[in-house]
Write a protein of this length. Structure first.
Length: 279
């Protein structure tokens, strides 16, 4: 484990402190204001019917200008709430992570570091020596390069690919018709189990499928950071779909709403996903 951070035994207590001391079930019946203050109320606030940060064009919270739209959550915070939020970061475990992360970000900017260099700095400063790699089998070549880089910088590496165990999808109830891109299933739970047994200090996620990444992070004990996010169409660079606004870009294709997904997750014409295939 990273020194000063208790993840397996103290994780629940830490999560409770970070959420203001209320478990999810305790907060479910609180109003919007009461969820912020921690007081029991009538009903949860429906926040999905109005604008939020993604609809703001001012960003006064980020640039320090203090210009906030009427719906701004920052503008609604009272002085007492502000102090309470700041106090969460004075927790010794949280403060250490934030301090190292701040130093890593500062150096990444000033030195022009890539994400791998930033991750290695963070791991070293946190005292993490045993690094686990949870990799998609489709990016195992890149995982090998990462392992080589980590070992050259003094880290111990234990990497587990997603197909470990060679369990077929049909063994746990997924129809063979869904397996035309490979009958062997990804196994994020066994990946997590093996990395837990290895007592990794820090895990690096590389390209796990949507959903599989959720199961992995739910089951793994050591802290995780993501290095690679899978995107079969865009060379594992999903933000490119949001940057590209040309007429033939994935962004405009998605905004047209012409895919016509049915309940089975396929196009109405039965074509389904036609991108390049990678486990």
């Amino acid at each position: 484990m990273c020194r000063g951070v208790s993840w397996s035994k103290g994780g629940e207590d830490l999560a409770r402190r970070l959420s203001g001391g209320f478990a999810a079930e305790e907060r479910a019946g609180m109003s919007g204001e009461d969820q912020r203050t921690g007081n029991a109320g009538d009903a949860p606030l429906d926040v999905f019917g109005g604008p939020s940060c993604v609809d703001c064009g001012l960003s006064g919270c980020a640039d320090g200008s203090g210009r906030y739209p009427s719906f701004c959550e920052t503008a609604k915070i009272s002085a007492d709430q502000h102090d309470e939020i700041a106090n969460r970061y004075r927790d010794p475990e949280v403060f250490r992570i934030m301090k190292v992360a701040s130093d890593a970000s500062r150096l990444a900017f000033s030195e022009g570091w890539c994400r791998v260099e930033e991750t290695m700095y963070y791991a070293r400063q946190m005292g993490a020596r045993r690094i686990g790699i949870a990799s998609c089998s489709g990016v195992i070549a890149e995982a090998r390069v990462l392992a080589k880089v980590l070992r050259a910088n003094g880290f111990q590496v234990y990497g587990i690919a997603c197909k470990v165990g060679a369990i077929r999808r049909s063994e746990f109830g997924i129809e063979e018709s869904c397996c035309d891109f490979g009958a062997v299933s990804c196994d994020p739970l066994y990946q997590a189990q093996l990395l837990n047994e290895a007592r990794c200090d820090l895990n690096i996620v590389m390209g796990l499928c949507v959903g599989h990444d959720i199961l992995f992070q739910r089951a793994v004990e050591a802290p995780c950071t993501t290095l690679v996010v899978k995107d079969r169409a865009l060379c594992h660079n999903p933000v490119a779909a949001l940057h590209a606004v040309g007429s033939s870009s994935p962004y405009n294709r998605m905004m047209r709403g012409t895919l016509g997904w049915n309940d089975e997750g396929s196009n109405e014409d039965g074509a389904g996903w036609s991108g390049s295939r990678c486990c």
